[in-house]
Design a protein around this ligand. Sequence first.
Ligand SMILES: Nc1nc2c(ncn2[C@@H]2O[C@H](COP(=O)(O)OP(=O)(O)OP(=O)(O)O)[C@@H](O)[C@H]2O)c(=O)[nH]1
Ligand SMILES: [Mg+2]
Length: 193
Amino acid sequence: MKINKAELEAVAVKASQYPPEDIPEIAFAGRSNVGKSSLLNLITGRKALARVSGSPGKTRTINFYRCDDLFRIVDLPGYGFAKVSRSESEKWGAMIEGYLENRRNLRKVVQLVDIRHKPSAQDVQMYDYLKYYGLDGIVVATKADKVGNNQKAACIKTIRQTLGMSREDKVIPVSALKKTGDEELLEVIVSLL
Ligand SMILES: Nc1nc2c(ncn2[C@@H]2O[C@H](COP(=O)(O)OP(=O)(O)OP(=O)(O)O)[C@@H](O)[C@H]2O)c(=O)[nH]1
Ligand SMILES: [Mg+2]
């Protein structure tokens, strides 16, 4: 499967700004700078659909991307960004939770973690939260180009263990740089729709 047409449909900080719940949605969650927006560009085949930045905290709104009038990918603001004030980070948390807890057409949340690092306490907290709402099960290990092939299996094992994933759950290594892993992820997404 390939996405032929993708467009930014809505930018929201509150529920009244969300698009209608007419088509299913898949959301991307993860730490700031982990590569959510880059992944979105990779799987839509659009180089600059979502803004990518070397400095964390780029995406600060909930961005809804309509894909082939079939489903939406929802790019969530990154968490764990040290340079924002506590009150601002609480506001983002509430914004993300407000979306995740009330969105009836949300099918799954793809959680992104950097393949090189053991998931942080906040990643674990996020994954537990997704489990509670039945939105867990798909993890993307980003920046897969940064580790050698012989290290990959060990990195994925650490991710599985730290997040407490079940055997049937998936970890998909992806590289936005090398353009790998996107087809496997798209297949999984399509199977959820
Ligand atoms: N080497 C490598 N770098 C990547 C990859 N994906 C993203 N990056 C880099 O990581 C940085 C952050 O990427 P973004 O896609 O903006 O990350 P984000 O998760 O959307 O960040 P926020 O919007 O701040 O939450 C950028 O400098 C990207 O170029 C990848 O697969 N490989
Ligand atoms: Mg982003």
